[in-house]
Design a protein around this ligand. Structure first.
Ligand code: HEM
Length: 455
């Protein structure tokens, strides 16, 4: 509770700005005939922040609210008036059809840390070319498909999923040419990440200060790589795609985006991989089906140890369904944030300018209307495509994830190697979820790997 109070105090300026905006918005609302969505705004200033933080996890709070008020409701969290939406139609309205009315929004300290010119903080003219550069062609199937052989992950290490996801992200961005910088890039990134969720106090000794120093060093390394790249042949990685961009991004814009992509790629993928291992461990018949599928693919390649190809991954149907079901059940990004840029009417309700708007992905993924027995882990439900806008693990619309194909590919490749070459067991994990910031099994998922002899 003490930590929460401290957190709230440190967020005071942000909270105050939101509170003023909230009051202005309430005045606007009452001056129009439209009603605000149902729901409670809680206590003055603190709103329902305590209710949110005192529930076991935020999803319990969201689910309770949805049960009481329906798929669109208002609340007030950390000083910000919010509208939360949990129907596929409303999520589509906010993220796709009326996306221009809702801008991405993050606390200023996070923007400073990742780089204010990174793609996820942008809207409109600058977002469009940056998004094109980060998604096309280097992260899309054409590029991933191009090499005849996909890289093999190294042996499972102590660091596991996070380390694997970070290596893949760095390799996709910088290619193999810049390997000599990789260790330093990793160290700086890990320091930056430790400070990401710390209190934004930039004083020597604080995690935030260390993170900001690491951010500066990261920027300097990336700037150095960029200037060397501008001198010579471009390569075929994501950095090359930013450099090729006809809209000519500045070095600072490229650096912010590179660091942003590392951030977006690492913990998300690592978190899904961790849940996948957990769910497979909890469902031996599904694990057997995945092992059978992967062994069949390994057998079809003969004894030459030929590397996997893109075509091989297209045959991994069972494993792909396990990935989909893992992303649905775990919903590691329970929601995303937007802010209304003007007063918006939705289904007869007013969403006032300046209010935060949160599409609740997890509520949609856990609705029995779209996924019968939603708490059950059942990959076979993906034998039939889900109804439109009901399954959004990678978001939807303008800001949807440009790394989704790469993420799926790295999970398939990793599981091929794990299922065919290793046996693994997980220590009995505690039930429960921790958020850091993405959902993970409580206290992680310690695992032991043993090499199979019969491969
Ligand atoms: C399983 C792993 C992943 C998941 C579940 C995931 C999920 C998401 C989601 C839900 C969004 C949209 C957020 C919003 O609308 O506010 C997003 C955006 C983004 N993701 Fe991913 N992601 C994953 C992996 C990756 C990877 C591997 C990369 C890059 C190599 C990446 C790069 C990005 C970027 C740059 C954005 C911002 C796009 C924009 O704002 O236009 N992600 N991701």
């Amino acid at each position: 509770m003490g930590a929460l109070l401290l957190f709230v105090c440190l967020l005071a300026p942000f909270v105050l700005a939101c509170a003023i905006r909230g009051r202005r918005a309430r005045r606007q609302a009452s001056s129009k005939s439209l009603a605000l969505p149902p729901g409670s705004m809680g206590w003055p200033y603190v709103g329902e922040t305590f209710q949110l933080y005192s529930s076991k996890n935020p999803n319990v709070f969201f689910a309770r609210k949805q049960n009481r008020h329906g798929p669109i409701f208002k609340t007030h969290i950390l000083g910000c008036p919010c509208v939360m939406v949990s129907s596929p139609e409303a999520a589509r309205f906010v993220l796709v059809t009326q996306a221009h009315l809702f801008k991405p929004t993050f606390p200023a300290s996070k923007e400073r840390m990742l780089g204010p010119q990174a793609i996820f903080f942008q809207q409109g003219d600058y977002h469009t070319p940056t998004s094109a550069a980060s998604s096309s062609p280097r992260l899309l199937p054409e590029a991933i498909r191009a090499p005849p052989a996909l890289p093999r992950p190294s042996r499972p290490s102590r660091c596991g999923a996070s380390s694997y996801a970070l290596n893949v992200a760095l390799l996709s961005i910088f290619g193999e040419e810049e390997m000599r910088y990789i260790e330093e890039l990793k160290q700086c990134y890990l320091t930056l990440e430790k400070g990401y969720n710390s209190m934004p106090v930039n004083l020597p000794g604080t995690l935030f200060h260390k993170a900001m120093k690491a951010r500066k060093r990261l920027g300097a390394i990336v700037a150095h790589i960029i200037s060397a790249r501008r001198e010579r042949q471009r390569g075929s990685d994501l950095l090359a795609s930013f450099l090729d961009d006809r809209e000519a991004l500045t070095d600072a814009q490229i650096a912010d985006n590179v660091i942003g992509v590392i951030f977006a790629a690492r913990d998300t993928t690592a978190s899904v991989l961790t849940w996948m291992v957990k769910f497979l461990g909890d469902h031996p018949s599904v694990l057997k089906a995945v092992i059978d599928e992967q062994q069949e693919i390994a057998r079809s390649k003969g004894s030459s140890g030929e590397p996997l190809t893109w075509a091989d991954t297209r045959r991994m149907r069972m494993t792909s369904r396990v990935i989909q079901e893992t992303m649905r059940v775990a919903s590691i990004l329970s929601f995303t944030f937007r802010e209304a840029v003007e007063d918006v009417e939705y289904q007869g309700y007013l969403i006032p300018k300046g209010w935060k708007v949160l599409p609740l992905f997890r509520n949609i993924h856990h609705s029995p209307d779209h996924f019968p027995c939603p708490e059950k882990f059942d990959p076979s439900r993906f034998e039939v495509a889900p109804k439109p806008n009901t399954f959004m693990p990678f978001g939807n619309g303008t800001h949807s994830c440009p790394g989704n194909e790469l993420a799926k590919l790295e999970m398939l490749v990793l599981f091929h190697h794990l299922a065919t070459k290793y046996r693994w067991s997980t220590s009995k994990s505690e039930s429960g979820v921790q958020f850091g910031p993405f959902a993970l099994p409580l206290n992680g998922l310690p695992m032991t790997f043993t090499r199979k002899h019969d491969y």
